[in-house]
Design a protein around this ligand. Structure first.
Ligand SMILES: [Zn+2]
Length: 497
C-alpha cells in the first residue's frame, strides 16, 4: 500500500486533506491547514508489527460495579460541575480563552486537594516554575504540598509521574505545549497534541490518576484547537467570562461522570477565584428595577435555577437594514422572536434597531427565555416598564403560542427565595404546579403584548414612530392588518426629518 509521507491537517478541527487548501471544509476556518508528517494512523500498530491480538475475557452486564471514590477539592462550585468531585482514572479538558483564569482555578484546585492529603502534580508547559510559584504566593497557597514542574515532553512527564509514589491528580497546563518523541511533527500541531493526549489518557487509565488538561481556545485557529482531543477525554469543561466582568463560569459540556450543562460560578478577586454560592443574587445586583426594557428571566443552568436580567433596547433606525445586536443569547433565536412578534402580534420592528443583552455576562442557551425576551422588547418599544417583582419564563412557538418548559417549580421557588412576588408563565404548564408566588398564565405572545401595551404611558408628540408601533401593539388582539403599522412608521419617519 503506497502511503504519502506528509498530509495536510486542519489545526483547528483535525480534518485531513491530501493537498493544501485555503479553507477547511470541516470547520470553515481559513488558513488553518498545515503540512504535517503523516502518522500511519490508518494502519494499526499491531498489524505493522505482525503481532496478533490478545483475547480478552468477556463479562456479563450484571455484576457489582465499584462506585469510584471521588477526589473532592472542597471548592463546592468546582466539585459540583465535576459531578461531585473528580473521578480517579479519568481525564478531563478545561478549555477557555487565554487569560481567563484557567491556571488560577487549577492552582487553587491543586492546592485544595493537596491540603486534603492527596498527591498532586502541576506541570506547566507555558510558564517557568518561578511564575507558577509567584501565582501561588499571590493566592496565599505557597504552603500547599503540590509537586511542580516546567516540562513539555509527554514521555518525560509520564516517566516522572511513574517514578515516585502514586499520584492522585495531575494538571497539564497546557496540552497545546506538549510534544512526544514518537511523532515528528512540530510541537503545537494537531498530531503532537493528539499523541501527547493519547499518552496521558493511557497513563490515567493505567494508574488511576485523574489528569486535567488545560486547552486554550483561540478564534483565529492559530494554535491547534483542543477540539481534536475532546472525543478522547471523559469530560470537557469550558471556563467562560470576559474582561469586563468579574464573573467566571465553569460549564460542563460533556461529562461521563456527571450531569452536563451544570455551571459553577466564580468571582475573580485580588486573591484568586472565590465561589459564588447564589448566582441569582449576583446577576440581579445593580438591577435597573422598573426601567422599561428589562425583564427578569427565571432560567435553569444544569440542575440549578438561575435568575438573570434580560435588557432590550428598541430604537428607530436610520439604517436601511436595522441593526440586531445580541450579547449572551442566540441571535437566531432573537430573529425568531422578532418574526413571531411581527407576524402574530402586529409588533412591527422592521424599522427599529434592536439590542439585547443578558446582564452579568452569562450566556443563556435555553429557549425558555423567549417570553422574557419578548416582554423586554415590547416593554422597551412601548416605554411601559414591566412589574419589578415579576419573573418570566416560557418558550414561544412559531404560531405565537407560549409553550410550557421544564422545571417550572424549581424556577418559581428560586424566584420566591429572592423576593419576587409574581411570575408570568405558560398557561399550559400549570398542572401539578404548586406556585409559591402569584402566577399570571399566558397562552400566547399576543396576550403578553396586549398586557404590556395596556400599561404603556402616552408619549409626547414628535415620537410618531414609537407611538404608531405602540398603537399597533395595543390593538394587536383586535387583529389589525399589520400593513398599517408599516405605513404609520414610515410616514412618522418622514415627518421627523
Ligand atoms: Zn477545520
Amino acid at each position: 500500500m503506497a502511503r504519502r509521507d506528509t498530509s495536510f491537517i486542519c489545526q483547528s478541527c483535525g480534518a485531513v486533506y491530501a493537498r493544501w487548501q485555503g479553507k477547511c471544509e470541516g470547520c470553515g476556518g481559513w488558513n488553518t491547514i498545515s503540512e504535517e508528517v503523516a502518522v500511519a494512523a490508518s494502519v494499526p500498530a499491531a498489524q505493522r508489527s505482525g503481532r496478533k491480538g490478545r483475547a480478552v475475557v468477556l463479562e456479563k452486564l450484571e455484576g457489582t460495579a465499584k462506585p469510584a471514590p471521588r477526589l473532592v477539592s472542597g471548592i463546592g462550585e468546582l466539585d459540583r460541575v465535576a459531578g461531585g468531585g473528580f473521578v480517579p482514572g479519568s481525564i478531563l479538558l478545561i478549555g477557555g480563552d487565554p487569560g481567563i483564569g484557567k491556571s488560577t482555578l487549577l492552582v487553587q484546585a491543586s492546592a485544595a486537594l493537596a491540603q486534603r492529603g492527596l498527591r498532586v502534580v502541576y506541570v506547566s508547559g507555558e510558564e517557568a516554575v518561578d511564575q507558577v510559584r509567584l501565582r501561588a504566593q499571590r493566592l496565599g497557597l505557597e504552603k500547599a504540598e503540590v509537586g511542580l514542574a516546567a516540562e513539555t515532553n509527554a514521555e518525560n512527564i509520564i516517566a516522572t509521574l511513574s517514578g515516585g509514589p502514586p499520584v492522585h491528580m495531575v494538571v497539564i497546563d497546557s496540552i497545546q505545549t506538549m510534544w512526544s518523541d514518537s511523532v515528528e511533527s512540530a510541537p503545537g500541531t494537531v498530531t503532537q497534541v493528539r499523541t501527547s493526549a493519547q499518552l496521558l489518557v493511557r497513563y490515567a487509565k493505567q494508574t488511576g490518576a485523574c489528569v486535567i488538561l488545560v486547552g486554550h481556545v483561540t478564534k483565529d485557529g492559530q494554535i491547534a484547537g483542543p477540539r481534536v482531543v475532546e472525543h478522547m477525554v471523559d469530560a470537557v469543561f469550558s471556563f467562560e467570562g470576559d474582561g469586563g466582568h468579574q464573573f467566571r463560569i465553569l460549564r460542563a459540556q460533556k461529562n461521563r461522570f456527571g450531569p452536563t450543562d451544570e455551571i459553577g460560578v466564580f468571582e475573580m478577586t485580588g486573591r484568586g477565584l472565590s465561589e459564588v454560592a447564589n448566582p441569582s443574587e449576583l446577576f440581579l445586583s445593580n438591577r435597573d428595577a422598573g426601567a422599561p426594557g428589562t425583564a427578569v428571566f427565571a432560567g435553569m443552568e444544569g440542575t440549578r435555577p438561575v435568575l438573570v436580567e434580560i435588557q432590550a433596547l428598541v430604537a428607530p433606525s436610520s439604517l436601511g437594514t436595522p441593526r440586531r445586536a445580541v450579547v449572551g443569547w442566540d441571535p437566531n433565536r432573537l430573529s425568531m422572536v422578532l418574526a413571531v412578534l411581527d407576524a402574530r402580534c402586529g409588533v412591527r420592528l422592521g424599522g427599529h434597531d434592536v439590542y439585547l443583552n443578558v446582564a452579568g455576562g452569562l450566556k443563556i442557551g435555553e429557549p425558555a427565555a423567549d417570553l422574557a425576551v419578548a416582554a423586554a422588547l415590547v416593554s422597551s418599544l412601548t416605554g411601559a416598564p414591566l412589574p419589578a417583582d415579576a419573573v418570566h419564563f416560557g418558550e414561544a412557538s412559531l404560531t405565537g403560542a407560549v409553550r410550557p418548559v421544564s422545571q417550572a417549580q424549581a424556577r418559581l421557588k428560586e424566584a420566591a427565595k429572592l423576593g419576587f412576588a409574581s411570575a408570568i408563565i405558560p398557561s399550559g404548564g400549570l398542572d401539578g404546579l404548586d406556585p409559591p408566588v402569584s402566577v399570571r398564565p399566558v397562552s400566547s405572545l399576543a396576550e403578553l403584548v396586549a398586557g404590556i401595551a395596556a400599561s404603556a404611558p402616552r408619549r409626547p408628540a414628535g415620537r410618531e414612530t414609537r407611538d404608531s408601533a405602540m398603537r399597533e401593539a395595543r390593538g394587536s388582539h383586535d387583529r389589525n392588518p399589520p400593513q398599517r403599522a408599516v405605513e404609520h412608521a414610515e410616514w412618522g419617519d418622514d415627518e421627523e426629518r
